[in-house]
Each structure stands twice: as C-alpha cells, then as structure tokens.
Design a binder for this molecule. Structure first.
Ligand SMILES: [Mn+2]
Length: 294
C-alpha cells in the first residue's frame, strides 16, 4: 500500500495542518450557512473555499515578522447547521463560541452569511463588536425577516448595546439606517474617511475609542473591501477599502483584549479565487498580530 503515501489530506484543514486542541490558542470552525442572502447566495461554500485557498498561499507575515506555521489553529471542521432555520443555527453558533471561550481559547469563525455573528453577541458578555462592513445591517426587518443578514447589526445592538457596536468601512445605507445610527449615537467610520486618510491613523483613532472596553470581538464582512479586491461576496459595494488598509487598521486595534474574530460573506460562486485567498491572508495576519499579545 505504498501508493497511499501519495494521498494528500492537507486541504481538509485550514492552513494545511491541524494543531492539537490543547496546544492551540486559536480554534477555527466553519459555518456553511446562507439562508437569508438577498442577492448573490453561496456563502455556504465559503468555509471549504477558504480552507482550500489557505493551503495555496505562503504563511509568513511581513507585518509581524512571524510565521503562521509557528502559531497554527485547531480546525474543528464545520458546524452542523440547519438550512432554513436561522434561530437554531445561531443558537448552535452561540453554544460553540461559548465553549471555546470558556476553555480560554480564541474562536475563529468562517462564514457563511453575516447573520452568524449574532450567535457571538448572544453568547459573550461585556464585549464590544468591531464590525468591518460596507453595510450598516441595521434595518429593523428586511423582506419581513428580522433575522435577515440586512438586520444583523440591529439584532446585535439589542444584545450588547449601541455603545458597544462600531462599524468600520461603511458606505451603503438606507434612510431608516441613517436615522437609527443618528438617534442611537452609533460610532462608525466610513470607507471615505479611511480612503482619504492614512489607515494607520484611522487605526489609532479606533484604538483610542476602544481604550475603556473590556473585550473586543472583530467581525469582518469581506464586502468591506472594494469589489476589485474581493469580488466574491453576496452584496458587493463600490468605493471600498484596500486589503492593506484593512490590515493596517486591524494591526493598530488588536491587543490582549481580543476575544475572537470571524470572516464572513465569501461567496465562491462569484469569485475568481481572489476573495478566498484574501480571506485566508486576513486570518493568517490576525493570528500573527494577535500572537504578539497572547
Ligand atoms: Mn456587508
């Protein structure tokens, strides 16, 4: 059976290897769920596309002077989701996140549609969610659905409070959302503010804003990036930010308070492969940056 040596299992795990659970600070899982996508579905295929991309790029981080291979993750696999049942899927996300955090590990969740982040807000207390997103996602309901991806930050605010919710890179909104943001004093930074300034300075402003917060969770909707960097998303929006700007900002805000992060909305059906690669790169970089502090 010498020929079995030629069989390659590396694409099963993020990064091409699976560190054992007890030695891993980072614990990754996929949530292949896209029940409420209103435009371009397919983010249920995101986790496997991101894993496949991850084994095809290099792991050295020039930002951190470190190698993701020195850090690694334990890849749990994918959550058993319930297609069509947002409530149950979100409940399962929240149970898994709670257990990982209770074990003093950092969860990395790969989506899936953005709705899954509500599971995080439901399971963790005293957190601030820093959401990188082209959209506010703050409609009260969308197409008669209060659990739509287009309402998810509104539901998150109901869980953790408007003072603990920050949206960065936003550039798409409806009138209802603009009024809601104004009335509730929600802090946001538009993509225009980022594109007209140095991303590092924007990061420093955010760092200051976060200075009294206890725990920080980062949610990255890939549509925060300009569609030229990340075409494979459910709702692309022009005038986004660059990959470098996103990582420059993240580099300034991450410290030992990071509780976990997610990368959502990659839709491989509309991708030329780049979006999954960028998603993998973002995960590698965040792990390398966070490892300086934890
Ligand atoms: Mn979005």
């Amino acid at each position: 059976m010498r020929s079995l040596l030629y069989i390659n299992h590396q694409q099963k795990f993020f990064g091409g290897f699976n560190k054992n659970f007890s030695d891993s600070k980072f614990v990754l899982f996929g949530v292949p769920f896209d029940s409420t996508s209103s435009y371009r579905p397919g983010s249920r295929f995101g986790p496997s596309a991101i894993r496949e991309a991850s084994v095809n790029i290099e792991t050295w981080s020039w930002r951190s002077n470190n190698d993701f291979e020195n850090i690694g993750t334990h890849d749990l696999g994918d959550l058993a989701i319930v297609h069509g049942d947002c409530n149950e899927t979100i409940r399962r996300v929240s149970e898994v996140i709670k257990e990982i955090v209770n074990l003093k590990k950092i969860p990395i969740m790969i989506g899936g549609e953005h709705t899954i982040t509500l599971g995080v807000a439901k399971s963790l207390k005293d957190i601030t969610i820093l959401s990188f997103d082209a959209h506010f996602d703050m409609r009260y309901e969308y197409l008669s659905n209060k659990l739509s991806h287009a309402c998810i930050m509104r539901r998150i605010i109901e869980e953790i409070g408007s003072e603990n919710t920050i949206v960065v890179g936003v550039r798409a909104a409806c009138k209802e959302e603009i009024e809601f943001v104004k009335n509730n004093n929600i802090y946001f930074i538009s993509s225009k503010q980022i594109n007209m300034n140095s991303a590092k300075n924007i990061g420093l402003i955010l760092k200051e804003k976060l200075k009294n917060k206890k725990k920080i969770y980062i949610s990255i909707d890939m549509d925060v990036l300009d569609p030229s960097y990340a075409p494979g998303v459910g709702n692309p929006e022009p005038e986004g930010i660059s990959v470098s700007a996103l990582l420059d900002i993240i580099e300034e805000v991450i410290d030992d308070r990071i509780l976990g992060f997610d990368v959502v909305e990659v839709t491989p059906l509309y991708d030329n492969g780049i979006t999954s690669i960028v998603a993998s790169k973002i995960i590698y970089e965040i792990c390398c940056i966070a490892s300086r502090f934890i």
